[in-house]
Write a protein that binds this ligand. Structure first.
Ligand SMILES: Nc1ncnc2c1ncn2[C@@H]1O[C@H](COP(=O)(O)OP(=O)(O)OP(=O)(O)O)[C@@H](O)[C@H]1O
Length: 787
C-alpha cells in the first residue's frame, strides 16, 4: 500500500523516446477474489493485483513497465519485489516520510511504502491508451470463455436443446454471450435488460419480491421513492436493479456519442450513484449483492468506502473511476475531507442517492456526518463553481476544504432541486411518513406518539435529502404487517432468574442456527462462557470487541459446516445481516424499542425461509411485551387477538431436569468471569496506587466504590470470585457427569457407558449430536407452532 500523501514525482531526466509515464493509480488494478463472506479475510479483504506489469530497476530507480499484449504478464506485487522496491527506495530517499495512517492495514501499507513513489513507464502506445475499464473487460472475457468452454466440454448435451426451465441455460455453462435472451416470465413486465435478466437467472430469482415489484417500475420511471418492506424481503435489489438498468441505458447512450463530442467527460468518469449504509458490514454485504447482480456487466465499477480498510487504497480506487460508491457516512466524510474535490465530483456526477436503513443512520451517531454530507451535496452549483475558480487561481486550496470552512458563514440560499434521484429504504418507516413529507413536517403532529425525537429527526433528514418531488413516491410493500410472512413469534414467561435455564432448554431442545440478543455487553460476556460450560459453544458479538474478533465470530456463526451455530449478540447485530440458515432468534431481554424487535427478529425468516422469534419474558417485562405487540401488530388492538404472540409450549419436566446442569454451569462461568475481572481490576489499581505512592487496600476501595444500591450485586460477584479451586473442580466434575446422562428417553447407551468420552470433542467431530444428549430426535422449534 502506498503511503498517505506520497505521489509520483515527474522524472527529472528527459523522457526516453516514445515512453510516457503514468501514475500507479492509472493501472488496471483488480480486486483479488475472496470467499463470499463478510469479514476482511484475515486482513486480505480488498487485496488488489495488476496484470501485465513488470517491475524494472533502471539505474537504481524502481519503476513499472507495462508488458506488450501477448507476452506473459507478471503481477507487480510479489513480496520480494515489494521488499526490493521498499529497500531501494529507503536507501535512496532519506527524507522523513509522511505520518503513517493509523488505519487497520498498517502491515500491508508498510509493505507498499516506497512503491507509490516509483514511476510507471508505459512501453507501448497501445498499452498507454488502454483505459482501466477496457482492460478489465477485455481481460476477463477470455478467462470466462475458457471456463465456459471447459464446462461445455463436460456437459455437451445441454447446449443442444432449448432449456425448459429458465435456470438451465446458466447451469449448462453456456458461453457468456450477454445478449442471449433469458426467459424469466416473472420479471417480464419490467422489461429488464438481458444482462440483468441473465444475472437474476443465475441467482435463481424467478420472480421479483413484493417490494421489487412495487418499487422498481417507479424508480425506472424516474421517481424519487421511499420504500418500506419487511426484513429479508429483497430491498437491496429493489434499488440495485434500477441502478443497473440506468447504468446499462446510459452506457448504451454514451456509446452512441461520437468520439470527439464528449471525450473529456468520458475520461473523467464521475461516480453516478452513492449508496449510504449505516455499518461497514452492511456496506460490504450490499456490495457483494450488487456484484452478483452486475456479474455480466464488467465495465460497471464499484467502490466500498468503509472504516477498517486503508483510506489510500479506497481513494486510489476512486481515482481510477467508479460508477457506484457504497459508503458508510464516517468514511465518506473522511474521503471528502481529504480534499481531492470529491464533493464537487459527486455533485456533478450523481444520478442516484440511495439511503439504506435511513432510521438507523439517525441512531448510530452518524447523523451529523450524514447531515453535513447532504448539506455539501445540496449546495448550489454556482457556489462550487466560483470556489473552483478561486481555488485554482489563488493558493490552489481545494474545493472541499473551502466548502468546509465556509459552510456555516454563507447566507442560506434556496437549495435548488438536484438532478439526482433519491431512494430511501428501510423496514421500519411508519405509515404516516408520506403525509408528513407532503405537509413538510408539522412537528406537533409527531409528538403524539411519544417518539418525537426520532421522528422529528427522520423528518428533518428526509427534508435534507432534498427530494425532487414535493411528495416522493411512498411504497409500502407490507402495509398490514411489519414482520416477515413466515416468522412465527412466541413468548416464554419465566422468572428473571430462570432465563438462563430456558435459554439452555431452547438451544438444547431445538438445535439450529440461533441468534440470541441481549440488551447489554455484560450479558453477552456472561452467557457465552455459561453456554460453553454446557457444551454449547456460542460466539459472542458486541461493540467492545475488536473488529477482527467481531468479524471472525460472525464468520464462524455463518459457516455452513455448522448448521447449529449460536451467536450471542447485542443489538450491534440487529440490522441488515443476511446470514443463511438462521432459524431461531431468542430475545434474552425484551428489546428497547418495537423497531429493534422488528430488526432483531428479521435476522430469521428471510426471503422464503421460515423462522421463529422467542421472547424470554420476566414478570417485569410483561407490560413491555404488551406494548410491543400493540405497536408491531396492527390487529393487536382488536380484543380477539390481544396476544398476537403465542405462549411457546415448554416441556416443564424436561426443564426441571436441566436445572442442576444450569446451576453448575452458571457457578463455574460466573466464578471464572469474576475471578478474571477481579484480578484485572486489582492489577490495574495496584499499578495506579504504586504510581501515586499510596497503599492499595482492595476492601477499602470497594466500600468507597459501591453505593448501597450496588451492595447486593457486589456481594454476589464477590461470592462468585471467592470460589476455591476445589469448588470449581467439584462443580466441573459433577457437571461433566450430568452432561453424560440422558435427560430424556432414548439416550445413546454408548455415551452413557463409555466414561471417558470427550463430549465437546465428539460434538465437534460430529460423532455426538444434541439428539444424543437429549435422547430424542431432532425437533425444529418452528414445528412446535401448530397455528
Ligand atoms: N427476487 C428474489 N427472489 C428470491 N430471493 C431474493 C430476491 N431478491 C432478493 N432475494 C434474497 O433475499 C434475501 C434478503 O434480501 P435483502 O438482504 O436485500 O433483504 P432486506 O429487505 O434488505 O432485509 P433487511 O431489512 O433485513 O436489511 C437475500 O439473501 C437475497 O439474496
Amino acid at each position: 500500500m502506498p503511503p498517505k500523501q506520497k505521489r509520483a514525482r515527474p522524472s527529472e531526466e528527459a523522457p526516453k523516446a516514445k515512453r510516457a509515464k503514468v501514475q500507479l493509480n492509472e493501472l488496471a488494478w483488480k480486486e483479488v477474489a475472496m470467499p463470499d463472506r463478510l469479514d476482511d479475510v484475515e486482513g486480505f479483504f480488498g487485496l488488489e493485483e495488476v496484470d501485465d506489469v513488470d517491475i524494472v530497476n533502471e539505474d537504481g530507480k524502481i519503476g513499472f513497465q507495462l508488458v506488450e499484449k501477448g507476452t506473459k504478464a507478471k503481477t507487480g506485487k510479489t513480496k520480494n519485489q515489494q521488499k526490493q522496491s521498499k529497500n531501494s527506495k529507503k536507501a535512496k530517499d532519506t527524507e522523513p516520510g509522511p505520518e503513517s495512517d493509523n488505519d487497520t492495514e498498517e502491515v500491508e501499507d508498510e509493505e507498499w511504502e516506497g512503491i507509490e513513489e516509483a514511476e510507471v513507464e508505459v512501453v507501448t502506445e497501445e498499452a498507454m491508451e488502454e483505459k482501466p475499464v477496457a482492460t478489465k473487460a477485455k481481460k476477463e472475457k477470455p478467462a470466462k470463455k475458457e471456463k465456459a468452454k471447459k464446462e461445455k466440454k463436460e456437459k455437451p448435451a445441454k447446449k443442444e436443446k432449448k432449456p425448459q426451465n429458465p435456470f438451465a441455460l446458466l447451469d449448462g455453462g453456456e458461453e457468456d454471450d450477454v445478449d442471449e435472451d433469458v426467459d424469466l416470465p416473472g420479471w417480464d413486465h419490467m422489461k429488464l435488460h438481458p444482462r440483468t435478466l441473465r444475472a437474476l437467472a443465475k441467482m435463481k430469482f424467478a420472480a421479483p419480491t413484493a417490494i421489487q415489484s412495487k418499487a422498481i417500475p417507479h424508480i425506472l420511471s424516474g421517481r424519487d421513492l421511499i420504500g418500506k418492506a419487511s426484513t429479508g424481503s429483497g430491498k437491496t435489489l429493489a434499488f440495485g436493479i434500477p441502478l443497473l438498468e440506468a447504468f446499462l441505458k446510459s452506457s448504451a447512450a454514451s456509446a452512441e456519442v461520437t468520439n470527439n463530442a464528449d471525450e473529456k467527460k468520458k475520461k473523467e468518469k464521475l461516480p453516478w450513484a452513492l449508496i449510504l449504509s449505516p455499518t461497514r458490514e452492511l456496506a460490504h454485504q450490499i456490495r457483494d449483492h450488487l456484484a452478483t447482480l452486475t456479474q455480466f456487466v464488467p465495465e460497471l465499477r464499484m467502490a466500498t468506502l468503509t472504516g477498517g480498510l486503508s483510506l489510500q487504497k479506497q481513494t486510489r480506487q476512486l481515482d481510477q473511476g467508479v460508477d457506484i460508491i457504497i459508503a458508510t457516512p464516517g468514511r465518506l466524510w473522511e474521503v471528502v475531507s481529504e480534499g481531492q474535490g470529491w464533493i464537487d465530483k459527486l455533485k456533478r456526477g450523481l444520478k442516484f442517492l440511495v439511503v439504506d436503513e435511513a432510521d438507523r443512520l439517525l441512531q448510530a451517531g452518524h447523523y451529523k456526518e450524514v447531515e453535513e454530507l447532504l448539506n455539501l451535496l445540496n449546495r448550489q452549483a454556482e457556489e462550487s463553481e466560483s470556489e473552483d475558480e478561486e481555488s485554482s487561481d489563488e493558493d490552489g486550496e481545494n474545493v472541499d476544504a473551502k466548502e468546509f470552512k465556509n459552510k456555516n458563514k454563507k447566507t442560506k440560499k434556496k437549495v435548488p432541486l438536484p438532478s439526482r434521484q433519491t431512494l430511501v429504504f428501510s423496514a421500519t418507516f411508519h405509515q404516516g411518513l408520506q403525509q408528513k413529507l407532503a405537509s413538510k413536517g408539522n412537528k406537533k403532529k409527531f409528538a403524539a406518539d411519544g417518539l418525537m425525537d426520532q421522528k422529528e429527526s427522520l423528518d428533518y433528514l428526509l427534508k435534507k435529502l432534498n427530494f425532487r418531488e414535493d411528495s416522493p413516491k411512498f411504497v409500502d410493500a407490507n402495509p398490514d404487517a411489519q414482520l416477515a410472512d413466515k416468522l412465527k413469534e412466541g413468548i416464554i414467561e419465566c422468572g428473571a432468574m430462570e432465563k438462563d435455564l430456558y435459554l439452555y432448554y431452547l438451544l438444547l431442545r431445538y438445535p439450529c442456527r440461533t441468534l440470541v440478543f441481549t440488551n447489554s455487553i455484560s450479558s453477552v460476556k456472561r452467557l457465552a462462557p455459561f453456554l460453553s460450560e454446557l457444551q454449547l459453544p456460542a460466539n459472542p458479538l458486541h461493540s467492545n470487541m475488536i473488529q477482527k474478533a467481531r468479524l471472525r465470530n460472525l464468520e464462524r456463526f455463518s459457516n455452513p459446516s455448522n448448521p447449529n451455530s449460536i451467536l450471542i449478540a447485542t443489538d450491534v447485530a440487529a440490522r441488515g445481516l443476511d446470514i443463511k440458515g438462521v432459524e431461531m432468534v431468542i430475545h434474552y431481554h425484551l428489546p428497547r424499542t418495537a423497531d429493534m424487535y422488528v430488526h432483531r427478529s428479521g435476522r430469521t425468516a428471510r426471503s422464503d425461509a421460515r423462522g421463529i422469534s422467542v421472547i424470554l419474558c420476566a414478570p417485569e417485562e410483561v407490560m413491555g411485551v404488551r406494548r410491543l405487540v400493540g405497536k408491531v401488530h396492527d390487529d393487536a388492538t382488536k380484543s380477539t387477538s390481544r396476544y398476537a404472540m403465542k405462549s411457546f409450549g415448554c416441556d416443564r419436566k424436561l426443564v426441571d431436569r436441566l436445572k442442576r446442569r444450569v446451576d453448575l454451569a452458571k457457578k463455574i462461568a460466573d466464578s471464572s468471569v469474576e475471578k478474571m475481572k477481579k484480578s484485572k481490576e486489582d492489577d490495574w489499581l495496584k499499578t495506579a496506587a504504586d504510581e501515586l505512592g499510596v497503599e492499595y487496600d482492595s476492601e477499602e476501595f470497594d466500600s468507597m466504590k459501591v453505593g448501597k444500591k450496588g451492595q447486593r450485586g457486589k456481594q454476589k460477584r464477590d461470592k462468585a470470585a471467592s470460589a476455591t479451586k476445589d469448588d470449581m473442580n467439584s462443580w466441573k466434575m459433577e457437571l461433566k457427569a450430568l452432561l453424560k446422562q440422558k435427560v430424556n428417553s432414548g439416550f445413546s447407551e454408548r455415551y452413557l457407558t463409555s466414561g471417558n468420552v470427550n463430549i465437546a470433542q465428539a460434538l465437534v467431530d460430529g460423532e455426538l449430536s444434541h439428539e444424543h444428549i437429549m435422547g430424542v430426535d431432532k425437533k425444529r422449534a418452528i414445528d412446535e407452532f401448530s397455528f
